[in-house]
Design a protein around this ligand. Structure first.
Ligand code: URA
Ligand code: SF4
Length: 207
């Protein structure tokens, strides 16, 4: 099977998955979508109401802002791959639990292995805590480049946060500029004491 077929098979598995209780309340699972050779992979928290209705990631208000952020550095959805930590909507948009994240994470891992993105953008604390470090907070780490599983990961605020807190939008736009530089020129890695590149002990993600 080629990459497209493997990815489609994986998405098919997600659509019928019953590995956690979120399967009981979802309308549609939201596997993810985009390029099979993405320049960047974007990882959110989990589907909201509109995503659950359509089975597609980031199609609501946060998605509109995400499109705008991508466009600000000349990127389209078609050049990226957009996915979430959990593929089914947590009721009432509560954050997913540790158990739900653990049940769902193998799908995101397989997506990353298949798509081989060089750069992964972590949108919000759920993605950051799951894929960068459990003790990391977006306010501390946003806009910096780290390495996890051989890839560059860049934490950012979740676009939904910028809808509620208008001052975060310019922060997001600035962090997108950093992403643009990294995509153009490669990475100048963050080498501070906080969550250094080699420190894998605290992350649930490893390949
Ligand atoms: N918020 C997310 O984290 N993911 C989506 O797909 C939509 C909103
Ligand atoms: Fe399966 Fe993930 Fe949906 Fe849970 S959230 S049912 S693990 S696809």
């Amino acid at each position: 099977m080629d990459r497209e077929e493997l990815l489609e098979a994986l998405c098919g598995e997600v659509r019928v998955c019953v590995k956690c209780r979120l399967s009981k309340t979802r309308t549609n699972a939201v596997p993810g979508e985009g390029s099979v050779r993405p320049r960047v992979m974007l990882v959110g928290e989990g589907p909201g109401r509109e995503e659950d209705e359509q089975g597609r990631p980031f199609v609501g208000a946060a998605g509109k802002l995400l499109d705008e952020l991508l466009a600000s550095i000349g990127l389209s959805r078609a050049e990226a791959y957009i996915a979430n930590v959990v593929k089914c909507r947590p009721p009432g948009n509560r954050p997913p639990t540790k158990e739900e994240i653990e049940a769902c994470l193998p799908y995101l891992r397989r997506q990353m292995e298949l798509l081989e993105p060089r750069v992964v953008c972590l949108l919000g604390n759920t993605a950051i805590k799951t894929l960068l470090d459990e003790d990391a907070w977006v306010a501390r780490v946003h806009g910096r480049a780290y390495t996890r599983g051989g890839r560059t990961v860049i934490p950012m605020y979740h676009p939904a946060a910028a809808i509620y807190t208008a001052t975060l939008k310019p922060v997001l736009l600035e962090d997108m500029k950093k992403l643009e530089k990294i995509l153009e020129k490669g990475v100048k890695r963050h080498v501070g004491k906080m969550f250094p590149d080699s420190d894998m002990k605290n992350t649930r993600f490893s390949t």
